[in-house]
Each structure stands twice: as C-alpha cells, then as structure tokens.
Ligand binder design. Structure first.
Ligand code: NAD
Length: 393
C-alpha cells in the first residue's frame, strides 16, 4: 500500500528531501506532499543582494511548482499550525489536516530577539524574500524622505549584529547607498551606516585576516563599526546601546541571531535549546517516523560535541540523506549516516569583494576569487535542483 510522506517546508532541507525520496520511491510506493508557506523556494544565501536591488526577485524566489514539475510530488501552499505527533496529523492554517506515515520537519529557524525591549516591533529582519523586499523599499523611502526633510534619522542606517548575515548586508548597503543618494540629490557624506556588534569583533570565530579584510574593506566604503557594545533597546527612532549611548535612526536591521522554530520546539518532539535532536540517520531521537532537516534540527559534529552551524549547504545535504533514509526505512534496507561535506564558508563584502575558506584544508581566499567562488557555489546548487532558469535574471 502506498505510504504518505509529508514534508513540512520547501526550503533547502525540505526540497532536497522531496526530490531525493522521489528518486528512490515510485509514486505507487509513496505519495509525497510538500507544504510551504510561500509558493517559492527561497535562495536565502542571496537575500542580502535582493535587499538592495542587486538582483531581481526571480533569482531568489524560485517557483516550487516549476522545481517539482513532472516529479509526482504534491505541493500545498499553506502554513503549518500544529504538528500532532501522537495522532500522526498535521493541521494547516486553511483548516486542512494531513495524515502521514513519515514526516519531514524542515521549517527552518526564527530570528532571536533575546527579549530586547522594542526590538521585534521596531526592526527589520532578513530571513525571507518578503523581508528583503521590505528593507529595499524602506531604505529607498528613507533617502527620498531625507532629501526633503534633512532629518538625520532618515539618513542613518544601523545593522545589528556583525555575523555573516549582518556583514553581507552592510556590504551591499555600502555599495548601493551612494547611487541611491546621487539619484535623489543627497550628499552621501550625510549618510551614516553602522554595524553594531556585541562581541569584541565582527565575524567572531573567523580567521583574523578575514576579519581584518572585512573591516578595512567596509570602512573604506563608509561603514562605521561599533564593537563590544550590545544593542539593549529599540524604539521607533532610537537604538540604545549598552554603554549608555544612543543612535537616532529610522532603520535598524536586526541580524543578531537565530533560534529554533517555535512550532518544532513546542510539538512534543525531543529538543535541545529549541532544535530537534536527531540520530545519525537524521531521525528524531524521540519519534522514529519523523525526520528533521536544516535549522529545525541540531546535529552534533562527530568530534568536539559542538553542533554544526545552521547553514544552507548543511540543510540540503541533510535533505538528501533523509530522502534516501526514508526509502531505506520503508524497504527495510540499511540507512545512511549523515556525513556532510563542507565546501567551506563563502561570504560577500558587497558587489566586488568577498572572503572565503574553502575545502578540508581551509584554503583562504579574498577579493574577486572569493566573490567568484560564491557565485559558482550558487550556480552549482541551482543546477543541482534544476533551478538554473533563475540565472536568466
Ligand atoms: P550569528 O549568530 O552568526 O551572528 C549574530 C551576531 O550578532 C553575533 O556576532 C552576536 O555577537 C551579535 N549580537 C547578538 N546580540 C547582539 C546585541 N544585542 N547587540 C549587538 N550584536 C549582537 O547570526 P547570522 O549572522 O544570522 O548567522 C546565522 C548562521 O547562518 C551562522 O551559522 C552563519 O555562519 C550562517 N550564515 C552563513 C552565511 C554564509 O555562509 N555566507 C551567510 C549568513 C549566515
């Protein structure tokens, strides 16, 4: 009898689980359904570019319908409301309920606001295409407004958090703002662009030469770094810092951290700090009919007992392992242990600069070679999911 595989999330982990499971299981053996909140697969590694209009929405919002066409995979655009593990049912916002034989939870992560007063209400985040579009429209509107009113808060932009998300975004803003200012008759010297980082330096944990490169490259383009000082409060117009100082601004983009998905944390599955714990086969440690992919799961590195970082490359490799293991579980065949291959860390510093650490021997690259590697990695992923049509944009 045909089994029902229900996949929650159409991001890296969910999409690759679905495509891989279908590679091994015929439509007679398993019906596969993917549920996703939006009708597209989001290339979140490029959102910082969409946030400044450095690429078109079509390049980062790939229609799931197109990616799944001809694959015998059902697609449901809906929001997951509740995961009922005991009754093996998932309730969607539209009121529809799905039963499942096997469940893949791949719902990603959420922004962590750490309970900082006013932050969730008064900041932008960069977790989705929708977020990126909001940032772009808002930043453009602020400069238009500044041209009229000369209100300094409109020409002041703050990025909270100096991790990779914040640094990639501030690099794009630094490259985009001069042109936007010119277009609106605003002197770019009137603009203040800050990165505020609570830790002693930006990009903590990265090689010193990369931190230095990122800092000098971005400072040359006007970014001011405030390090060792945490954001403690945000109102509509003011960022407060731990040292008692304030910045008047109408724009704070918060990139200060991510946390597990609340829906996953509260569904009764075994979790560790809000992320589902999984076996080496990526099955939930508490529910063997549930697999967890991407940021919804916490996977420990074999050496050192530290979790792998929540990255796209890890999520899609998890999806592939899960797709295969669901087939193996249904057929009673041996499952595969998750053994990710790290291609490295690739980060852009605006349009023309970047930093990268590649491969097992941690080769370091800076500048154009790093930027090109990042581009190549995106192309490789798109070709893997049959999404090369996105490059037409
Ligand atoms: P992060 O947790 O890596 O960085 C958040 C930063 O915000 C930290 O440096 C933290 O010290 C700082 N911070 C926290 N609270 C603060 C406060 N109150 N005030 C000021 N600063 C504060 O988050 P991220 O950058 O979104 O990255 C999340 C994950 O995604 C990471 O594993 C990262 O490696 C990965 N990522 C990878 C890429 C890439 O490979 N190009 C790009 C983006 C994200």
């Amino acid at each position: 009898m045909s089994k029902h595989i229900l996949i929650l999330g159409g991001g890296y982990g969910g999409l690759l689980s679905a495509l891989t499971a279908r590679k091994y299981l015929s439509a007679e053996e398993a019906t596969i359904t993917v549920v996703n909140r939006v009708p597209f697969h989001q290339i979140v590694t490029e959102l910082h570019r969409l946030a400044v209009g450095n690429l078109k929405e079509q390049a980062v919002a790939l229609p799931l319908e197109k990616l799944l066409r001809g694959k015998d995979i059902d697609l449901r655009i809906d929001t997951v409301e509740r995961i009922g593990l005991d009754e093996k049912k998932v309730l969607l916002k539209s009121g529809i309920t799905y039963d499942y034989d096997m469940l893949v939870v791949a719902l990603g992560s959420e922004t962590a606001f750490f309970g900082i007063p006013g932050l969730a209400e008064n900041s932008f985040t960069l977790k989705s295409v929708e977020d990126a579009n909001k940032i772009r429209a808002h930043v453009e509107a602020r400069i238009v407004e500044y041209a009229k009113t000369k209100n300094k808060a409109d020409a002041t932009f703050v990025v909270g958090g100096g991790g990779l998300t914040g640094i990639e975004l501030v690099g794009e803003l630094a490259d985009m703002l001069p042109g936007l200012c010119r277009k609106n008759g605003v002197d770019f010297n009137d603009v203040s662009l800050y990165t505020v980082e609570a830790g002693p330096s930006i990009l903590l944990g990265f090689p010193a030469e990369h931190i230095e490169r990122a800092q000098t490259s971005l400072e040359k383009r006007g970014v001011k770094f405030l390090t060792g000082v945490a954001i403690t409060e945000m109102t509509e117009t003011t960022v407060s810092l731990k040292d008692g100082s304030t910045i008047e601004t109408n724009t704070l983009v918060w990139t200060g951290g991510v946390q597990g998905n609340a829906l996953v944390a509260n569904c009764g599955i075994e979790v560790n700090r809000g992320r589902a714990t999984v076996t080496e086969f990526l099955q939930s440690t508490s529910h063997s009919d549930v697999y967890v992919a991407g940021d919804s799961a916490v996977v420990m590195m074999p050496e050192g007992g530290r979790p792998y970082p929540p990255t796209a490359q890890l999520a899609w490799q998890m999806g592939e392992t899960i797709g295969y293991n669901m087939f193996a579980q249904l057929k009673g065949a041996p499952m595969q242990s998750f053994a990710p291959v790290f291609s490295g860390t690739l980060a852009s510093l605006g349009r023309k600069d970047g930093i990268a650490t590649i491969g097992a021997n941690q080769t370091r690259l800076k500048g154009l070679p790093a930027s090109l590697m990042k581009e190549a990695s995106n192309v490789r992923y798109l070709s893997h999911i049959n999404g090369l049509f996105a490059l037409a944009y």
